[in-house]
Every structure is written in C-alpha cells, then in structure tokens.
Design a protein around this ligand. Structure first.
Ligand code: F6R
Length: 607
C-alpha cells in the first residue's frame, strides 16, 4: 500500500509534501520519508513511525527545495524500519514506490551480479537500482524509467528524482493509483487527490502503463508505447472540513456521527414518491437490470459484510439468487458464470487491489455487466465498472470503516429496489421501502443517542481478552462487522457466530470471562435467537443484548439495550450503529491509536 507524493514548484516544497503525507496516512503509517533536490545533492530523510515524526525532523533541519518526493509506508516486504522506509536511493537517483514488485528477487539477483548493493529488505529498492542502471546507458531519467518499467512485474506507482534534473520529476503507474495535480506555477503527483486538496482542484488520472514528466511549468504523459498522450483534466473539489476532525476526538467518532447525513446523501435524488427512480446506476442500467438472473458480489472486509446483508435483500426484494465471495479468493476458484449474472463490487476506496483484480478478471468472463458501489468517484473501480453508484459518504479517514458501511447498505438497498423494479417484482414492498429509506437518517440519529447507555457496559468489555458476537439471518453479517470493529481498534479478540451455531462448538468458550454481545431485533427469528441466548445464560455467560421494545429475554448478568423502532428490512443498518459506538468506546478506554490501529492501513492496494 503506501502513499506517494511529488512536487515541482517555484516555492519551497518540503512542507507541502509533508502535509500531503499526513492526508495519506490512511494508506499506511509505519514509517515515512522525503527526498528533496538541492543544489548539488539530494537531501534524504527517513523516520520510523508516523508522519508527525518526519515532520518534527523537518522542522528541526529546515531543508529548502523546489523539487521533491515523499512517502508514507505500510510494510509488505521488510519490517517497518528506517532503512526499509522510502525514498530509496541508488547513486544520484531517489525513488518512492507504492505497490509490489512481484519479480523483485530475480531482479535483485541480477542487480547484485551487476555490482549493486542493497541496503533494505524491500522489493522497492530494485526500482532505484534499475533506474540507475538504465541511466548509465540512456543518460535521461524519463528514458531510463521507460526501460526500467519494462522489467517490472507487479503493481507500482513510482515517483523519481535525479540530481541532474533540478526541475523534473518522473512518475510511472501500473495497477496502483497515481495522478497529476495541476497547479499554477507548480505541478504535483500523488496516490490520492486528497493529498493535494489544499493545492489544486485539477487532476489528471494516469492509466496503467503511463509515464509522465512533471515540471513546475508543465507536464507530459506518455503511454505504454512511449507516445505522448493527452489525458483528461478532472476538477474535484474536496471540502477541507471533510478532512479535519473538527470538534471530535477522532475521525472515527466524527464519521460515526456523520452517518445520518451520509446516508441522506446516498439516497438523495434516487427516490420518487413511491418508487426508486430509473437509471440511478447510470444510463441504460434499468434496461440491463431487466435481464438479470443472478448476482455475484465480490468485496473485502467491511465491504464484504455489506454484500452479505445485500444478499438477503436481493433474494427477498428482487427474488434473485446471489453469491457473495471474498475478492481475495473469488478469482482463484475458477468460478462458473451463469447466464444473466450481474457482477457487483463493493468498496469504500475503489482501490482495494483484490477487489480491482476480481473486477478485471470478471471483465474477461461472460457476466451480463459490471457494477460497483463505491465511495470515491475518481477511483479505479468506479472508472472501470460499467455501472456505478457513489455512496457520497464524504472522505472516510478513520481506518475502521463506519459511514462507508452504512452508506454501502443504503446503496445496496437502492440496487435491490432498482432490480426489483426492472423485473416487475414486489411493488408494494418498494413503496413502503421508499418511505422507510427517507426516514432512515432520523432513525440513525435516534440510535446515536444510545451512546451514554452503551458507555455503561464498556468497562465490562474493555478489560476482557475475548468476546463473542451473535446474530441470526441478516444480522449475522452485522455481528461479523461488529466483531471486526472491536478487534481492529481495541485489539480484543472477537468472533461472530450465527447464534444457532453456538451449540456446535463455540458454546464451550462461554464462562463469566467472555462477554457475549447479541442483536435481537423483532423479526421471525426472534424466538429462535432467544433460545440460543438462553443456552448462554444457562452456562453462566454475560449477555449484552441490543433488541426491540419487547425484550423476550430476562437478563440477570449483563444488559439489555432497547433500540429505536425501525423498519424490519432496514434494521441491519440501524443495528450496526451501537456496535460501532461500542467498539469505539472500548478502544478509547483501552487507549489504542484507534484512527490508525497497529499493523493496518485504510486502503489496501496490494494483494
Ligand atoms: C475495516 C475496513 C476494511 C475494508 C477493506 C476493504 O474497518 O475498513 O475491512 O472494508 O479493506 O476496503 P474497501 O472498502 O476500500 O475496498
């Protein structure tokens, strides 16, 4: 993963680069570094830990430069350390890299034989030496980059500077996001427009195989064949307040509380008086939907959980069978594609490597069409899918996904309704759902008020090592999401089970030391769930149950928290909220770095 940034300007760029890195820490934050072109040397500074540590060093050293590159890392090859941090240098070249070079061992061997010595354990260092090697014969950084990338297998976004080029930055892209930011008397490159949000609103998105040279006055893109090519300039305005915490202690907290608005933005303009509007997934989408016989969902992590909830909705509302797969597994099992199957990817970032690779794999198969539900309009996934629904949640900075999940669910409900409409199914239910969806932001707001009640149970969970999460039906993926939230930010081991599975093994874990969190909404499965919870009670377990107005279970050890009244079909969205708050508050109590939990990154752009 990692975030890269580069700048060529008529002003000092050190501060701009570090500010850009801060905004890309969601891509990784185990080490950071910067290389700045100076009169007759390249200033290279690398630090272990977050970008703020690099910033402290920069403030102390105050290097001046008008051309530079910088990097924030999430380790793939080689542990987080100063020497594995980027930029990597080879003679007079410095590079930063995001991605994975799959043939690096083979290249490393050849370069060692050619006399190069390696200082790091990374795959990226081969790029620096390869560039240096080609510079000897080509004498020019751009020409050397053309040659070097021919030898690289894998994913890369690279930015390089050379001592002999005081004005020029060279970048290259293959399967890792990279764009040029077009400024006035200055130009930039970065992994994400967010990194440049205070510098420009004009971006050029590079495509796989592109190389570009960037100076402060201009930029030029070259395609795979080394021919100059013009790529469209896209204007994007990123609200500055969307990338600050404001009055909140953490981005995650802010993003939890943004959910009423975020969900309202997802459904905005998509609903008529009594039905979902036509073609909300793009021109011609309603026509495509009328031919659907199956749905294949593919996603990772939290987004996968959204797909698992979606499956219930599609089978119930649109009455078509659905399959849900881990993106990282899907393309390795030679899936059989049935006629009329719509391929749907779900992703906050739209850059998750496994999800993107699955989409590209699906494009080679006989799917009816491809569709993505995505939060980032400029992402690769959004650009490469035939149909898209943007969730419009605004930038999600906290590593643990919150508003992206609930807006994905709202988007999936819109998709289920749209397909049902195209297939002439379930009109009465759709009419009801239109009204329930409109009311959803209000119910989320009500649910957020449970925060104080949830706070009461936090001390009983924060000091434990394990937790069990139970749900049934479409609430099983919701408890999976709740368990994921708890483990990723509080580091408490949490496992989710469909409650009926307890007696097949996990019941053995139940004692007075393991909190059991359960979702008990009022639906056809309530009685069954209650019987499963009685099994926990009978073994002395402590239950924390979120449920409807009429509690069907009497809790002696633990707590019952009553949820606001809500639509049965949309209840998974509502029941997500207390689990997010619980995980957040437990993590606060344990004092973890919850916006940037250990070992993780927000956008997983490596396989
Ligand atoms: C967990 C989380 C991850 C992501 C996963 C997919 O809180 O955020 O599990 O959901 O890495 O990312 P996207 O949705 O960007 O494809």
């Amino acid at each position: 993963m990692c975030g890269i940034i580069g700048a060529a300007s008529s002003r000092n760029v050190g501060k701009l680069l570090v500010q850009g890195l801060h905004k890309m820490e969601y891509r990784g934050y185990d080490s950071a570094g910067i290389a700045l072109h100076q009169k007759d040397n390249i200033f290279n500074l690398r630090t272990l830990g977050k970008v703020s540590l690099l910033e402290d060093e920069m403030i102390e050293q105050r290097p001046k430069s008008k051309l530079g590159i910088a990097h924030t890392r999430w380790a793939t090859h080689g542990k987080p350390s100063k020497k594995n941090a980027h930029p990597h240098a080879s003679g007079e070249v410095n590079i930063v890299h995001n991605g994975i070079i799959e043939n690096y061992l083979e290249l490393k061997e050849k370069l060692i034989q050619a006399g190069y010595t390696f200082e790091s354990e990374t795959d990226s260092e081969v790029i620096a030496h390869l560039l240096h090697q080609h510079l000897q014969s080509k004498g020019d950084l751009l020409a050397a980059m053309h040659e070097a990338i021919k030898e690289l297998d894998g994913a890369f976004a690279i930015a390089a500077i050379h001592i002999k080029d005081k004005n020029r930055l060279v970048v290259a892209r293959n399967k890792s996001p990279l764009l040029i930011g077009v400024g006035l008397e200055e130009n930039f490159a970065a992994s994400d427009p967010l990194a440049l949000s205070q510098l420009t609103n004009e971006f050029v998105f590079l495509e796989d195989g592109d190389i570009a040279e960037i100076t402060k006055e201009s930029y030029q893109v070259f395609d795979r064949k080394n021919s100059p090519i013009s790529r469209e300039v896209t204007e994007i305005d990123i609200a500055v307040n969307a990338v600050t915490k404001g009055e909140y202690s953490h981005f995650m907290e802010k993003e939890i509380y943004e959910q009423p608005n975020a969900v309202a933005n997802t459904i905005d303009g998509k609903l008529g008086d009594n039905d979902v509007l036509d073609n909300i997934f793009g021109l011609g989408s309603s026509e495509v939907f009328s031919k659907i016989k199956r749905i294949q969902f593919v996603a990772c992590g939290t987004s996968l959980h959204a797909g698992k909830v979606g499956r219930f909705w599609f089978e119930q509302i649109a009455q078509i069978p659905c399959y849900v797969d881990f993106a990282s597994e899907y393309r390795y099992r030679d899936p059989l594609v049935e006629e009329g199957t719509l391929f749907v990817t779900i992703s906050q970032s739209g850059e998750t490597a496994d999800t993107l690779a699955a989409l590209r794999y699906a494009q080679e198969k006989d799917y009816l069409s491809t569709l993505s539900i995505c939060n980032v309009p400029t992402s690769s996934l959004a650009r490469e899918s035939e149909h898209v629904l943007f969730t419009n949640a605004g930038p999600e900075i906290g590593v643990a996904s919150t508003k992206a999940f609930t807006t994905q669910l709202a988007g999936l409900m819109l998709l289920a309704m749209s397909i049902a409409k195209s297939l002439n199914k379930d009109q009465q239910n759709r009419k009801k759902l239109v009204h329930e969806l409109r009311n959803l932001p209000k119910v989320i707001e009500e649910t957020l008020k449970l925060s104080n009640e949830i706070m009461n149970i936090v001390p009983n969970i924060a000091d434990k090592h394990n937790a069990l999460f139970l749900g049934r039906g479409m609430f099983f993926p919701i408890v999976q999401e709740g368990a994921l939230k708890l483990k990723e930010i509080s580091y408490i081991h949490a496992e989710a089970y469909p409650a009926g599975e307890l007696k097949h093994g996990p019941l053995a874990l139940v004692d007075d030391q393991i909190p059991v969190v359960a979702l008990s909404p009022e639906n056809t499965l309530t009685e069954k769930l209650v019987s499963n919870l009685e099994e926990v009670k009978a073994r002395g377990g402590t239950l924390y149950v979120f449920g409807g107005e009429n509690a069907k279970i009497k809790i002696e050890r633990g707590e019952y928290i009553q949820m606001p009244e809500c639509s049965e079909l949309l209840a998974p969205i509502i029941y997500t909220i207390p689990l997010q708050i619980l995980a957040y508050q437990v993590a606060c109590q344990r004092g973890t770095d919850l916006d940037q939990p250990r070992n993780l990154a927000k956008s997983v752009t490596v396989e």
